[in-house]
Design a protein around this ligand. Structure first.
Ligand code: SAM
Length: 217
């Protein structure tokens, strides 16, 4: 992946890194900013996604497509596709331009709309990267946790930069007995949660009734 980064992908990454840095320093309003992951988080995403088990490879929060480019490397490596969800029309347009210029249209599906309205219909998930408005993390986290295949991985950004806003999300994921989770102090703080190969018997997760279990679909 990293040793033979295709030139059009590398060029798009460099341009987006420069654009993101300008956004952060010139007073661009928050919603108009790209708000991308840093490169080291991108590399972590690519490695984790390439190691993930069979299942849908999804991203919630595309922006201009920077993190998607890292996921596209993993998709190519594994002969898969990435489905990435974006709710804002201007970001959608920008991402579509990125994907065309980077030449990743063969492995990326860009989907318009609130991911919460799409994920219910998603096939079982092997890997998900969550990087959206903090208000949706809990809903998305719950939807994805239910859909992860055994060994499937949920990765979420901003766990340290937005620790207070994401406290309930973090405690929910860390308290889910089906998942093993850790927050890695890379970039803005990345939560990595892996679904265990077998769910704990009897549904030990808080909130489940006696004998009630959760399915992975
Ligand atoms: C932090 S930015 C994503 C940055 C991108 N992951 C990257 O590193 O290049 C968050 C994006 O999520 C989008 N978003 C927020 N809530 C969403 C939702 N419910 N469904 C889909 N996209 C959403 C926002 O419009 C914004 O473009």
């Amino acid at each position: 992946m990293f040793a033979d980064l295709p030139a059009p992908i590398a060029a798009c990454m460099r341009e987006l890194e420069a654009a993101d840095a300008i956004d952060r320093s010139d007073g661009t309003p928050r919603l108009a900013r790209l708000r991308q992951v840093p490169p080291e988080t991108g590399r972590l995403l690519a490695v984790l996604a390439a190691a993930a088990p069979e299942g849908a490879l999804v991203e919630v929060g595309t922006s201009a497509g920077y993190s998607t480019l890292w996921l596209a490397l993993a998709a190519r490596e594994r002969g898969r596709r990435v489905t990435t969800y974006e709710v804002l029309a201007d970001k959608m347009a920008r991402a579509a331009e990125t994907f065309a210029r980077a030449g990743v249209g063969d492995v990326v599906d860009l989907v318009a709309g609130d991911a919460r309205e799409h994920l219910g219909a998603s096939p079982a998930i092997g890997f998900c990267f969550l990087d959206a408005e903090k208000e949706v993390y809990l809903d998305v986290g719950r939807l994805v946790a239910d859909k992860l295949v055994p060994g499937g991985v949920l990765v979420a950004d901003n766990l340290l930069s937005h620790a207070a806003e994401l406290a309930e999300f973090r405690s929910t994921i860390e308290g889910d007995a089906r998942l093993d989770a850790v927050v890695v102090p890379i970039g803005k703080g990345v939560l990595v949660a892996r679904r265990r190969m077998a769910d704990p018997g009897g549904g030990e997760r808080e909130g489940l009734g006696p004998g009630e279990t959760r399915s992975c679909n």
